[in-house]
Design a protein around this ligand. Structure first.
Ligand code: GAP
Length: 513
């Protein structure tokens, strides 16, 4: 079993990524799953601070979608309701959605090293002269088309999992020249085989084809399966959205780049059901909303990029050409390029039509005013929560050699695991009770930390490393005049304020971000 903490060749080129992974482990953000047993490739555990960070991002997304959804183009608030569907559904649902037949990646094995790779990570597969045959090119090959493809793949993106790729038919002459990363010998790779990414298990006591079920590879289908239930049980009217946050599972051939591509991860997806004639308007609307949202929680403007999919990337459901637009982020391992953080797809009526055909349940919507009957079109902002955690950490990671920690996490306070730390200057008795008093007051309003032990420099360094915006220090002057020192994370500036005004001070300062 490979050690998930060991980075891939791509990671090793970027010192920052190693530092980020080390920080995440040292400070309790993210650990390799089953760490004491050597880990399990593609699985990660969130530690105390990582859990807080992830929950904050999750809750902000939920608030921005379900509790206070945005104001629509007509000036009225849009309507979105929440859902929490089962991870395991009737397997027929995954046949209808296309996942049983088509949710696969091309996989190759190296006959020499016995290592397994995703074919499209090692080579670029280009259709040959419309013959339905494919030629394998490796990075460095000279052709505009190949270079374009290599660039895309280099940014950590894969060719759409749904692309109908006849990968078995590779031009052998070229294929023999392909070499695997871990050997210098050419031609050691097996031909690509399609590998379905869905994990499966069995329900009940007997393991047979009849009892085979799948762990959901996306949260989206749970929403389509409940579209009718939601419509019939609540007062929503088209256009409206259904939002869901939860785990998804993909047996990725090569999980990599820390939590960027893992086998268990979390998604935040919203399916927006609208009239087909209005789909384009809503697509534009959600693209802007989603980009703005990532920025509102601290992703720096220069680090996000909106990229429409090229025509050759369009997914199976994008039949009228609106396609998908990705919100991309400049991860250290993709820089200067960007990698996908969220996809905003126009899924047309693909999913509802498929489920209508396969289940026999009518998915038509009848407009209560005009009596028009239609299957709504769907705009889908589909974000990775796990990938969001990584983007937020990478965006916040700021090198600063002038401070003992050598860096700080410039978290937006809304996502910071701890909003403030209360630090008695010494563990002397008269500092600690005052610090505890302040801590008890603040924790009713914010997630704050009371840190008593170690010298103050080390404690400031720890708070810098975990991205706490403010530190309040209690010292001898506090005993005299009931004032505390405030230290600002980013500037390291210190000022003195009254202890009974700390809560008001925090409220005011947090508004400034
Ligand atoms: N329902 C559409 C859908 O699932 P997707 O682009 O496959 O679309 C949406 O996934 C988001 O989920 C991606 O933008 C990414 O942030 C996240 N994601 C997908 N696969 C992932 C993986 N293996 N590890 C971590 N995040 C992943």
């Amino acid at each position: 079993m490979s050690d998930p903490a060991v980075l891939t060749e791509t990671d090793e080129q970027t010192v920052d990524m190693k530092d980020i992974v080390a920080l995440c482990k040292r400070r309790g953000f993210i650990f390799p799953a089953s760490d004491i047993y050597g880990g399990l490739n593609g699985f990660w555990d969130y530690g105390p601070l990582g859990t807080e960070l992830k929950n904050n991002i999750r809750d902000l997304w939920w608030k921005s979608m379900v509790i206070t959804p945005p104001i629509g183009p007509d000036g009225l608030p849009v309507e979105i309701v929440g859902l929490d569907s089962a991870i395991i559904q009737n397997p027929k649902a995954w046949v209808a959605s296309g996942h049983v037949g088509g949710f696969s990646d091309p996989m190759v094995d190296c006959k020499e090293t016995k290592l397994r790779y995703r074919a499209d990570h090692l080579m670029v597969l280009v259709p040959k002269d419309g013959e339905g045959r494919w030629i394998a090119y490796q990075e460095g090959a000279e052709s505009d088309e190949v270079e374009k493809r290599v660039k895309k793949l280099g940014s950590g993106r894969s060719i759409s999992a749904f692309e109908p790729t006849p990968l078995m038919d590779i031009d052998v002459a070229d294929y023999d020249k392909v070499s695997a990363p871990d050997t210098k010998t050419q031609g050691t790779l097996t031909e690509p085989r399609e590998f379905n990414l869905m994990f499966h298990t069995y329900v009940g006591a007997t393991a047979s084809e009849d009892s085979k079920v799948y762990l959901r590879p996306e949260t989206a289908q749970g929403i389509f399966l409940n579209y009718k239930n939601v419509l019939d049980s609540s007062r929503v009217r088209v256009p409206f959205g259904i939002a869901q946050i939860g785990k998804a599972y993909r047996n990725e051939v090569t999980p990599r780049n820390f939590i960027y591509r893992s086998r268990e991860f979390e998604q935040m997806e919203m399916e927006w059901f609208c009239h087909p004639d209005e789909a384009e308007k809503w697509h534009e609307f959600w693209i802007t909303q989603r980009k703005d949202w990532w920025q509102s929680i601290g992703v720096k403007e220069d680090d996000v990029f909106i990229r429409p999919h090229d025509a050759d990337e369009l997914a199976h459901y994008a039949k009228d050409g609106l396609g998908t637009v990705d919100v991309e982020f400049k991860f250290p391992f993709t820089a200067p390029d960007f990698g996908e953080l969220e996809g905003i797809a126009h899924r047309c009526d693909f999913d509802l039509t498929q489920h209508q055909e396969h289940s026999g349940t009518k998915m038509e919507y009848i407009d209560p005013v005009t009596n028009e009957r239609y299957i709504p079109h769907v705009i889908e902002p589909a974000a990775g929560l796990s990938r969001g955690v990584l983007a937020i950490i990478c965006s916040a990671y700021t090198v600063d050699e002038s401070r003992p920690s050598g860096m700080y996490l410039d978290f937006h306070p809304s996502v910071a695991p701890k909003k403030a730390a209360i630090l008695p200057l010494t563990a002397k008795e008269d500092h600690v009770p005052l610090a505890t008093e302040l801590y008890k007051e603040l924790r009713e309003h914010y997630n704050v930390d009371l840190d008593i032990k170690q010298n103050i420099g080390k404690r400031y360094a720890r708070q810098d490393e975990i991205g706490t915006p403010f530190c309040f220090t209690i010292d001898n002057d506090t005993i005299e005049d009931k004032t505390v020192t405030v230290r600002h994370r980013n500037t390291m500036k210190q000022e003195r304020i009254a202890m009974d005004k700390v809560l008001d001070y925090m409220r005011e300062e947090l508004k400034k971000f």
